[in-house]
Design a protein around this ligand. Structure first.
Ligand SMILES: Cc1cc2nc3c(=O)[nH]c(=O)nc-3n(C[C@H](O)[C@H](O)[C@H](O)COP(=O)(O)O)c2cc1C
Length: 252
């Protein structure tokens, strides 16, 4: 049975054929110091380090479950995100659910079960499910962990009431701040030696996930960042010309 049109279009982001061609090269190994040489490597400026980290953050779909660091390092990074990423009016409305190892696997069982329902009721074609979606979801399940990014509206509403002039902006600003958390953790996990990719299986999975991990019903799930050992490189990435995307005035 064909899926209703609206359902198909709302499922489109979930059905993205996300297994992009993997470039043959693996991520470049990081430079290491040569103990036989007395010369220390040239020190990078903080800005060069930042740019290097930004360049290294890529979408990696082929992930394994070998962790390059102890779990405590992941926790340290997640806590650094929650403490240091800014939010409008310092609302601090972003919430993070971090699922590691077996808990991460449980999450992807939930996603797979939800999709099985969609296949059963005809919303997702069997062929697509068997050949693309299921292998993709099993790939996610084979990683180390997933960070789920939420917004807690209880911390946005009082600001909308207090600052009536900006009331329509608080939700988009909350999403901006949520995205900053996503970017910080995506880049930070890469710096720890993980590969990661960003997914959006919300709202399909919101209810069973909330039930499984005791998440308040009004928290809004925004995105899921899957991470694991990088078992392949990123895909090719085309860049539009900088001149089309950046304008600078005032240069001498
Ligand atoms: C806001 C945002 C949403 C995204 N959503 C998805 C997604 O749902 N599924 C997916 O596989 N990739 C998703 N991506 C990954 C992008 O496709 C990817 O970042 C982009 O193609 C650039 O490649 P790069 O990450 O390797 O630099 C998303 C990225 C961003 C920034």
């Amino acid at each position: 049975m064909a899926a209703p049109r609206f359902l198909r279009s709302s499922l489109l982001p979930l059905l993205r054929t996300t297994i992009t061609p993997i470039a043959p090269q693996l991520p470049k190994p990081r430079p290491f110091s040569n103990s036989s040489s007395s010369q220390s490597p040239p020190k990078m400026s903080p800005t060069d380090t930042l740019i290097d980290l930004a360049k290294s953050r890529r979408t990696i779909y082929k992930l394994g479950n070998t962790s390059p660091v102890p779990d405590a390092k992941i926790e340290e990074l997640v806590n650094a995100a929650i403490l240091n990423v800014p939010s409008s009016f310092n609302t601090q409305s972003t919430r993070l659910l971090v699922l590691l190892h077996q808990e991460h696997e449980k999450l992807w069982d939930i996603v797979i079960d939800k999709f099985r329902e969609l296949v059963k009721n005809g919303a997702v074609p069997e062929e697509l499910w068997k050949n693309q979606t299921l292998p993709k979801l099993e790939g996610m399940q084979g990683a180390v962990g997933t960070v789920l990014f939420y917004e807690d509206p209880a911390h946005i509403k009082p600001f909308s009431e207090k600052f009536a002039l900006y009331k329509d902006h608080f939700q988009p600003w909350a999403d901006h701040s949520n995205a900053m958390h996503q970017y910080f953790l995506w880049t930070g996990l890469e710096s720890l030696g993980f590969g990661a990719n960003l997914q959006h299986y919300n709202p399909l999975i919101d209810t069973p996930v909330a039930k499984q991990w005791d998440i308040p019903a009004d928290w809004r799930l925004v995105a899921q960042l899957v991470f694991g050992s990088p078992e392949g490189g990123p895909g090719e990435k085309a860049q539009k010309p900088i001149e089309e995307r950046v304008k600078i005035y005032g240069k001498p």
